[in-house]
Design a protein around this ligand. Structure first.
Ligand code: WQD
Length: 358
């Protein structure tokens, strides 16, 4: 029997210290992928400390994470550009590892506002790494993106292919990957898993959490969902003359809960490994825009009106992953189908036509 006194003077008795759950700091915890990953972390037995500044998310998402899991966790409303506030979070909790989602992520916006993206995404990450160093935290899972590959013509994309981002958002992800690689060289105990997401879509099966973009959605699936629920009149298909079977762009859509599971597996890996490794988190399968539209119509029973418009600058014809490295090293692979992704998206959107609301 082990007894220990918490900082609040509560004496806790446990059969062994092994019962003391591993405490994970989750930055951007209230975001789309962050909130879904918090559900999977809590269900896997981890304790979490949530950090968010709510510029692109809402606290309601985290209330629903607690509702879904029946578990509570501490939440800190922190601007990660403030080193002192970030330090205070580490000072009051015995953080074992970090999962770092926080960051601005709109590709088009990053082209229009490069300095805002470089300052926010890079300075907040450097502040995070300084707090980690100060408090002896040497393990991180980083939310990277397939955008680091840029406009590669060759598919499927593999982690050993050259990095060539073509927009400031993608550049920040590539730069942060490099920062973490350099930290792993400087400290032989440092471990980093760099997770390159393809196209995250879908929602938790409960329909209580999901993607809640602010303003007009840039991405395909949330836009289609808003057409289906009557918030948007019709979809513009960006280009119908690509060298693909139906002329529309092909992407690797991955269910957000498969992605969340990938983070839990990457966390387990990084806790027992050092060095920095990149992993593609995708299904390895491509779907065209029109295939997604038709799958969504099947899932929702709602017709999705659309017209073919001009290509969107910077879009590649095809992008999909070679996910075998994550399968081999992390023991992870995606399990959910495009039909599952559309059905879960529709369940969320139809139950929450205005997302989390104001
Ligand atoms: C998918 C396909 C469009 C909207 C982006 C980011 C990437 C990642 C995921 C953060 C393309 C077409 C889209 C629309 C359309 N985000 N489309 N009409 O561009 O592959 O990836 O989101 O990490 O970094 O680049 O995703 O959903 O915008 O586009 O026809 O209204 O849908 O042309 O073929 P993308 P997307």
């Amino acid at each position: 029997m082990v007894m220990f006194q918490t900082k609040f003077g509560i004496v806790v008795m446990m059969d062994s210290l092994l019962e003391v759950a591993c405490l994970i700091l989750v930055t951007g915890a209230a975001g789309y992928i962050g909130s879904h990953t918090c559900v999977s972390l809590l269900n896997a037995g981890y304790d979490i400390v949530a950090v968010d500044n709510f510029t692109n998310s809402k606290p309601e998402a985290l209330s629903r994470v607690q509702e879904i899991t029946g578990k509570t966790f501490s939440l800190h409303s922190v601007n990660m550009l403030n080193q002192e506030d970030l330090d205070a979070v580490f000072a009051e909790s015995n953080i074992e590892a970090v999962i770092h989602f926080a960051g601005l992520k709109a590709v088009g916006e990053s082209v229009a506002q490069p300095l805002r993206y470089y300052e926010n995404n890079l300075v907040s990450t450097i502040n995070l790494c300084k707090s980690m160093q100060k408090h002896g935290v040497k393990k991180i899972v980083f939310s990277s993106s397939a955008t680091v590959y840029g406009a590669q013509e060759q598919v499927p994309l593999r982690e050993d292919m050259p990095i060539a981002p073509v927009n400031p958002y993608g550049q920040t992800k590539a730069m942060i990957e490099q920062i973490l690689r350099d930290l792993a060289v400087a400290d032989e105990q440092f471990g980093a898993a760099l997770l390159r997401y393809f196209n995250p879509v879908g929602a938790h099966a409960s329909g209580r959490i999901g993607e809640d973009p602010q303003g007009i959605p840039n991405n395909l699936v949330p836009y289609v969902a808003q057409v289906a629920v009557g918030k948007r009149a019709e979809l513009t298909v960006h280009g119908g003359d690509y060298d693909t079977p139906d002329g529309t762009g092909i992407r690797d859509y991955i269910h957000v809960m498969d992605l969340a599971d990938g983070h839990v597996k990457a966390l387990a890996w990084v806790m027992n490994h050092t060095g920095a490794e990149a992993f593609n988190l995708g299904t390895g399968k491509g779907s065209s825009v029109l295939e997604v539209v038709h799958a969504f119509e099947q899932a929702s029973g709602v017709r999705i009106p659309y017209h073919i418009g001009p290509r969107r600058p910077g879009d590649a014809a095809r992008s999909f992953a070679d996910p075998t490295k994550a399968q081999r090293i992390l023991g992870w692979q995606a399990t959910k189908s495009l039909a599952d992704m559309c059905a879960d998206t529709w369940h969320w959107q139809s139950q929450n036509p205005n997302g989390y609301g104001e």
